[in-house]
Design a protein around this ligand. Structure first.
Ligand SMILES: Cc1cc2nc3c(=O)[nH]c(=O)nc-3n(C[C@H](O)[C@H](O)[C@H](O)COP(=O)(O)OP(=O)(O)OC[C@H]3O[C@@H](n4cnc5c(N)ncnc54)[C@H](O)[C@@H]3O)c2cc1C
Length: 280
């Protein structure tokens, strides 16, 4: 199938993009790796495509006030090559190679992944696990939304159709930061059947501030709060048991609910070992 006819507009600046987005039924085009497929399948039929790829200033990774700020137009491949990201946001660096294939990572953007919010995607889960924040520009100015309240449901977020996500920020890792990442996919590069992104703070031999965020098991990234509390108490067995109430994965084309539950338990063991293992 081919996309339904629509008008194309290339935004020259952020203000220009926001202006164009005020048109009825406009949709932003970033890396196009999800959007073009939905257009081709006519799952989406916008009247106007607003290409934000030439908006200046959105393609940088910078350190600011103890946070790593990743511009929305930073491509996965660019992020993978970033020494700054590897040093200061190691969880994201661990997750990037699991996203699709090199061709997809050459075009796909960090902002597109966070904005699209596929429940089986790696970066939205990392964003929540790192207690990040989204910087959003809209018709009434710029606002910042915490990751914990960013996702509202299936492909629903704090972004309105008039907003542009300009960047995400995550706290820069310190010597005490511990992170863990694992996923099960049918083939490397496929969306995950289930995955887990986690962060914690080393506290002597124990860990604190544990954030366990599963993906591929719900309508959005899912925090396993019971398991987080159990791990912070050093009780790995209780954490595994807590998953029974923390998670209620619906079955999908990838795996049944029972298989996802089983995989979540295995992921928890692997990621816990990584969190407690010492390296960030
Ligand atoms: C074969 C294949 C395999 C893939 N495998 C994976 C995978 O394993 N894991 C994974 O996470 N992803 C995977 N993807 C999807 C890929 O990561 C996409 O790049 C990503 O979902 C969207 O990023 P994009 O820049 O391509 O956004 P686009 O496709 O351009 O846009 C996606 C949506 O987000 C909106 N949007 C984009 N940028 C912004 C912004 N700055 N502000 C507000 N709204 C915005 C668009 O309007 C659109 O609705 C795969 C894609 C393909 C084709």
């Amino acid at each position: 199938m081919k996309p339904a006819p629509c008008t194309y507009g290339r935004a020259r600046s952020l203000d220009h993009a926001i202006g164009l987005m005020s048109e009825e039924d406009a949709r932003q085009l970033a890396g196009g790796q999800s959007l073009i497929a939905t257009l081709n399948m006519r799952l989406s039929r916008p009247q106007l495509l607003v290409d934000i790829n030439r908006v200046p200033g959105l393609d940088r990774i910078v350190m600011r006030d103890g946070k790593v700020e990743i511009g929305a137009l930073v491509r996965y491949a660019q992020a993978e090559r970033s020494a700054e990201l590897a040093a200061h946001a190691p969880l994201i660096a661990k997750a990037l190679p699991f996203i699709g294939h090199p061709a997809i990572r050459n075009r796909g953007t960090i902002g597109g992944s966070i904005a699209f919010g596929d429940p089986a995607a790696e970066l939205p889960a990392c964003f929540v696990a790192l207690n990040g924040e989204a910087v959003i520009a809209g018709p009434s100015g710029t606002r910042v939304v915490k990751a914990d309240t960013f996702y509202k449901g299936l492909f629903e977020s704090a972004l309105t159709p008039r907003d542009v996500l300009t960047a995400i920020r995550v706290p820069a890792a310190t010597g005490e930061t511990r992170t863990g990442f694992a996923e099960f996919a049918r083939r490397h590069g496929d969306y995950a059947m289930a995955g887990l992104a986690a962060s914690a703070r080393a506290a002597g031999k124990a860990i604190s501030d544990v954030r366990l965020v599963f993906f591929g098991v719900g309508t959005a990234p899912v925090r396993a709060r019971g398991a987080e509390a159990a791990l912070a108490n050093g009780d790995v067995d209780a954490a595994a048991k807590a998953l029974a109430t923390d998670l209620n994965p619906p079955g999908d084309v990838q795996a049944t609910s029972a298989v996802k539950r089983q995989l979540a338990g295995v992921l928890l063991k692997r990621v816990t070992a990584e969190l407690m293992g010492g390296a960030s």
